[in-house]
Design a protein around this ligand. Structure first.
Ligand code: ADQ
Length: 466
């Protein structure tokens, strides 16, 4: 039987797999690796004096292979090219992009080192699945080592429009490396079309039909594989005792007020500054909500070594203070702004207590919070999802209230519409959304991708649970 080898920048700490704090993606990949006798390779998250060593352990049926990085690698590859160059560029924030030759070199060096370290572990028939923007050139480096196996790549973040990508020095070289994969997967059709447009118009390539693209003398398969959540697990988490305790806690602290919730990593792509401004606008536009509503914004600090993340954190501290200073009364705080993270079962209870889920990224590959919010709702009395048209999830979740996150008046109106929506309409929208969440889940996502990589027909979608 062929093995599956997943390669990603970070490997979820194996001791935590199966624990409620581990994300659905980590759990789904671990399940795939267990079933397919697989191995997960990536950076341990630790910095070492010298890199290239590998530690291999078997945990819960999954072989986990970890390697360390040197300080310079972390600065140039991870904080540098991945998070100061590609992340802002692929999220259309060309104003925040830093191009430095050393980043480029660090990115190439770490991809080379990953290839050198993992290639001796690869045997014939292994299926290799590379995850995300940190490792775009990995297949190319593996091919140079003589690896002939089938290699797939999945991009979790958006693929930008051609003209945006063209602001990246050496963009052609980056795209060329993608032609060393057998299958390249994107979150949405839109992203796939943007890639195709570049290949045809910039690389002089050809669309051969059936998802096949030819350029640089090579042919690859491309496809859209919208990622889902582990819906069954999340619905179960929302019915757990911890979720009920958190739901009770929130209900008590609401004191009859309506609650709007936002949950994300503290990242400029998530549109938190624009969201706070829109909420401020909402409080001005609809004074009838004074003392009757609050926004709970959970934003976990992330990538704190990168300047743009320090800047956005500072801006949000100021803006949240300003909104509360302006609108609070002695017995009401309109914005609860929380910089910590919660376990999945705790989050499920928090989502369930919220009348509105406010998910307004400026750009997002997919956005799993939108799906988790809906999965956690009480089917008999569900809350309403307000969703940015620029989240990949918007292509699937048409029953959400879809908004332009840059239009603060429109977001303000959508919040009002969501808060005042009659039960019948809330239930109809929820039912329209939950079906897709249950069927297009993370399990069907990874099966569809790996079957296409193997060249098998798509999996039959599972029946919905609720
Ligand atoms: P992210 O940018 O991290 O993922 P998202 O898809 O929303 O964004 O996933 C975040 C996950 O972290 C969710 O499962 C959420 O519950 C959890 N999370 C966020 N804040 C949390 C907190 N404070 N406490 C606990 N948990 C928290 C990237 C891409 C997305 C894409 C995913 C998967 O940017 O567009 O959907 O990968 O492909």
């Amino acid at each position: 039987m062929s093995r599956l080898i997943v390669i990603s920048n970070r490997v979820s700490p194996p001791a935590e797999v199966g624990n409620a704090s581990v994300g659905g993606l980590a759990m789904a990949l671990s399940a795939a690796l267990r079933e397919e006798n697989g191995m997960w390779f990536g950076w341990s998250g630790e910095v070492a004096e010298s890199s290239g060593q590998i530690s291999i352990q078997k945990i819960g049926g999954v072989t986990v292979a970890l390697t360390h990085l040197e300080e310079q690698d972390v600065q140039e590859y991870y904080n540098g090219y991945a998070n100061k160059t590609l992340w802002p560029l692929f999220h259309y924030r060309t104003d925040l992009v830093a191009f430095e030759r050393s980043f480029d070199e660090g990115y190439s060096r770490v991809n080379q080192r990953f290839a050198d370290t993992v290639s001796p572990l690869i045997v014939e028939d292994d299926l290799i699945w590379v995850q995300d923007y940190h490792l775009i050139p990995l297949a190319s480096k593996l091919r140079e080592q003589g690896v002939k196996n089938r290699i797939g790549f999945f991009l979790h973040i958006p693929w930008p429009a051609m003209r945006v990508l063209m602001t990246l020095p050496k963009h052609g070289e980056l795209v060329e490396t993608m032609f060393d994969y057998d299958l390249v997967g994107f979150q949405t059709e839109d992203n796939m079309h943007a890639f195709t447009e570049y290949v045809i118009n910039q690389a002089g390539g050809e669309d051969l039909g059936d998802g096949r693209l030819r350029a640089y003398g090579k042919t690859i398969q491309v496809g859209a594989y919208p990622i889902g959540i582990d819906a069954k697990e999340f619905v179960e988490a929302s019915r757990s005792q911890t979720a009920k305790d958190y739901w009770d806690l929130m209900r008590d602290s609401q004191a009859g007020r309506k609650m709007i919730v936002g949950v994300e990593r503290l990242d400029y792509s998530k549109g938190l500054e624009e969201r706070f401004t829109a909420y401020d606008q909402f409080l001005r536009d609809y004074p009838q909500y004074e003392r009757n509503v609050f926004l709970l914004q959970i934003a976990t600090p992330s990538r704190g070594e990168v300047g743009a993340y320090q800047d956005i954190r500072g801006k949000l501290d100021t803006l949240s203070g300003h909104i509360n200073g302006e609108h609070s009364t002695i017995d009401w705080v309109p914005l609860r702004y929380v910089n910590r993270s919660y376990r999945r079962d705790e989050l499920a209870g928090i989502y369930r207590a919220a009348h509105v889920g406010l998910v307004t990224p400026l750009r997002d590959g997919m956005n799993l919070v939108a799906k988790e919010y809906v999965a956690a709702q009480n089917p008999a009395d569900p809350g309403v999802l307000v969703l940015s048209e620029f989240a990949g999830a918007a292509a699937q979740m048409r029953d959400a209230l879809i908004v332009n996150p840059f239009d603060r008046e429109a977001v303000s109106e959508a919040i009002h519409e969501a808060l005042s929506m009659p039960l019948k309409q809330r239930v109809a929208r929820y039912e329209g959304l939950i079906h897709g969440i249950m069927t297009e889940d993370v399990v069907s996502w990874r099966k569809n991708f790996t079957n296409d990589l193997k060249g098998k027909p798509p999996v039959k979608k599972p029946e919905p649970l609720v």
